[in-house]
Design a protein around this ligand. Structure first.
Ligand code: FE2
Length: 220
């Protein structure tokens, strides 16, 4: 379960009843823009958070407003036509909200405890897991994400790659634990076209405490 910071506003619905409408807001980064240097530089972090993520949030609010109007009118055609934008901007908001907390200036190394045991059980070793998630992320064609997810039905960890801003859980059912953004906006200013170098560097700032607590929460 993920929580987004929201601010409340009251709107009068077309039918005249008062409903509570909550707009999505850009969550604060839990560290400074320069905190992940030298692995991810401040310019990337500032643009990525304050421009790219902010745009997904703004567009999601616009789409939700239009969707609400379409629902009120019973306009199914309009609802269907809004779904790609909902998936893209909603996914962009969900994915980046997870991503910021997956990273930390005090990150890197290896996970501990239950998560490490599960990684060893499902991938053989931490090194093998790291290699597989790196390969899946490097291999995304165009823009997308590499993920470590939890398959609740099977009780095991899985690696997945998603295109564009497709949200992991909404499109595969896997619960997202660790996401790696491989859109060019996440690395190009520092690593240019060499995505594998960005992938090498990002392991130094992975917040295993955050990933472990996500794993513990989704097993409850
Ligand atoms: Fe991104």
């Amino acid at each position: 379960m993920f929580f987004f910071s929201r601010s409340s506003a009251k709107l009068v619905a077309p039918l005249g009843c008062l409903v509570s409408r909550q707009k999505h807001t850009l969550p604060d980064l839990p560290y400074d823009y320069a905190a992940l240097e030298p692995h991810i530089n401040a310019e990337i972090m500032q643009l990525h958070h304050s421009k790219h993520h902010a745009t997904y949030v703004n567009n999601l609010n616009v789409v939700e407003e239009k969707y609400k109007e379409a629902l009120a009118k019973g306009d199914v055609t309009a609802q269907v036509s809004l779904q790609p934008a909902l998936k893209f901007n909603g996914g962009g908001h969900i994915n980046h909200t997870i991503f910021w907390t997956n990273l930390s200036p005090n990150g890197g190394g290896e996970p501990k405890g239950e998560l490490l045991e599960a990684i060893k059980r499902d991938f053989g070793s931490f090194a093998n897991f790291k290699e597989k998630l790196t390969a899946a992320s490097v291999g995304v064609q165009g823009s997308g994400w590499g993920w470590l997810g939890y398959n609740k039905e099977q009780g095991r960890l899985q690696i997945a790659a998603c295109a564009n801003q497709d949200p992991l859980q909404g499109t595969t059912g896997l619960i997202p634990l660790l996401g790696i953004d491989v859109w060019e906006h996440a690395y190009y200013l520092q690593y240019k076209n060499v995505r594998p170098d960005y992938l090498k560097a990002i392991w130094n700032v992975i917040n295993w405490e955050n990933v472990s607590s996500r794993y513990a929460a989704c097993k409850k």
